[in-house]
Structure formats: C-alpha cells, structure tokens
Design a protein around this ligand. Structure first.
Ligand code: TMP
Ligand code: ASP
Length: 260
C-alpha cells in the first residue's frame, strides 16, 4: 500500500486541490528489459519499477549496471516534472520509492522516436558520418517497436500505412519531440553536457491524448561531457568502455539528484 499525494480533485468552485489517496500495487502487467510495470487498484494508473538490468543490441548483450534503476527512476521523474512546467504532457504522477513511480495508464504508441543533434551510433554507421560531427539540423527518425523485427527504421508514410499511429498523432509526436529536444539540450548544456541524441516513447491516454511516456535517462540518451566529450551514458556498457556506473553517477551528481 502506498500513500499517493498527487491527485487533483476538482472542487465545486472550479479550482483544484491535492488529495491523499492510498494505492495498492497489484499484479505485474509486463516485464520489459529495464522496467517492470504493475497494475494498481486505480484504473488510471500503473506503477513502474526500475531494474538494474542492462541490455544492448536488442537483448543480445546482457548485464547489470549497479544502482542504475535508482538513478534512472529519479532522473526520468525529475526531467518529466520540469517538462510538465514547460507545458509538455508526460505520464509522470508521483515517485513512490527509489525505484518505483506512479505513472498515468497509456497505450504505448509502438514507435521509438529518435532525435539527433550530433552524429553517433547507428546514424554514423548508416550514413558514413564520423561520430561527433555536428549535424546542420536536428534529425527526427522513427523505429517500429518490434523486437522480433529488430526495431526497423520506419518513415511517416509507412507508419500511417500500417496503422502504428495516425497522421494527427504523428504531427503531435513530432511537435512535442522537437520541444523536448530544445528543453533537454539547453538543460544539459548548463551542466556542461552535450545532448548528442535520444530516444523517447509516447503513449495515448484513454481519452486520446498523446503524452510522453517510458523514461529519459542515460539508457536512452547519449550524453557527452561538453569539454572532454567523454561518454556519460549507456554506450559505456554497449561498447565495453568501463566506468559504466560512474558515468550514470556523474550525470546524477551534475543534476543535483545525488550528493558529491
Ligand atoms: P542508435 O544510434 O543506436 O540508433 O541510438 C540512438 C539513440 O537511441 C541513443 O541515444 C540510444 C537510444 N536507444 C535506445 O534508447 N534504445 C534502443 O534500443 C536503441 C537502439 C537506442
Ligand atoms: N534497448 C536496447 C536493447 O536491449 C538496448 C540499447 O539501448 O541499445 O536491446
């Protein structure tokens, strides 16, 4: 049982107030590579539980990054709460514990939405652009979330053709994604971190609203020290660069989420 404080009760006067409710964690709905998702006794909410498990190359490489779940939970929640203040709707409701968070129930749009500011990873490989080259404009690309197919790249026409998202939803997703990029780029730069690229996911609420879901963390972003260009993200695990935990801790420290 958890006490949750973040529900808004609309008062008869038209205003709203915070109310305390008790929430019960029910059966596990889904176990992903980095998180578990649980049902709750509130039909509008799930609880996500962040694990230390790390995978790469569509699960072919497996490992553990000690303490990652705690850092990713805090970081994702903190960034989403800042974004809410910027008018970007997210699934974040309330952090319950080191690893658990209440989120709004959504149906995930089966797309990985990727923005790149600097060439790296699969972009560098696919287009023969040296890693670290600044791109003349940010790029937006989509991959279809389908492990069996290895998350293939997919374009707007293909997305609407197979019904993965509607044209209207894609317009909302693109618009929100560029706003998120502007926000995150500026935020991380203040911490002397370059936001090289990132992957986000969106969900649809039962009333049809598109909101930011999943997580934003060093698992899902490439973050480089702006001075040394040292990698402070999951590429340290993907590429066996060592100091993996230290990289996550360094980002969390710069964000003020953990002490020196
Ligand atoms: P990529 O260069 O491998 O395509 O990755 C682009 C960005 O997306 C990078 O920040 C890492 C992130 N990403 C994920 O979050 N999940 C994934 O499964 C993959 C392949 C990439
Ligand atoms: N989510 C990807 C996987 O295991 C890993 C990655 O971030 O590269 O497959």
């Amino acid at each position: 049982m958890y006490t949750v404080n973040n529900f808004l009760k609309v008062a008869a006067s038209g205003g709203s107030e915070r109310i305390e409710t008790i929430m019960e964690k029910k059966e596990m709905l889904y176990e992903g590579k980095a998180k578990k998702v649980y049902k709750t006794d509130n039909e509008n909410c799930y609880i996500v539980d962040y694990k230390d498990d790390a995978t790469a190359f569509n699960g072919k490489k497996k490992g553990t990054i000690a303490g990652k779940g705690v850092i990713n939970n805090r970081m994702s929640n903190y960034l989403m709460s800042l974004m809410e203040k910027e008018g970007i709707p997210t699934h974040f409701v309330e952090e319950l514990s080191e690893r658990e968070t209440v989120v709004k129930k959504v149906k995930i749009v089966p797309l990985e939405v990727i923005i790149r500011n600097i060439a790296a990873g699969s972009f560098s490989k696919r287009f023969g652009v040296e890693e670290g080259s600044t791109l003349r404009n940010a790029t937006l690309e989509y991959c279809l979330k389908d492990d069996a197919l290895d998350d293939p790249m997919i374009n707007d026409y293909q997305i609407t053709a197979i019904g993965a998202a509607t044209k209207e939803d894609l317009e909302t997703i693109a618009d929100l994604t560029f706003k998120i990029n502007d926000f995150l780029k500026a935020y991380f730069l203040k911490l002397n971190i370059e936001l090289v690229d990132f992957k986000i996911e969106f969900g649809k609420t039962p009333d049809g609203k598109i909101i930011l879901a999943d997580e934003i963390s060093p698992d899902t972003c490439r973050l480089w020290d702006a001075t040394t260009h040292a990698k402070l993200d999951k590429d340290r695990f993907r590429r066996d660069l060592g100091d993996v935990e230290e990289a996550y801790i360094e980002v969390a420290k710069r964000m003020g989420l953990i002490g020196e």
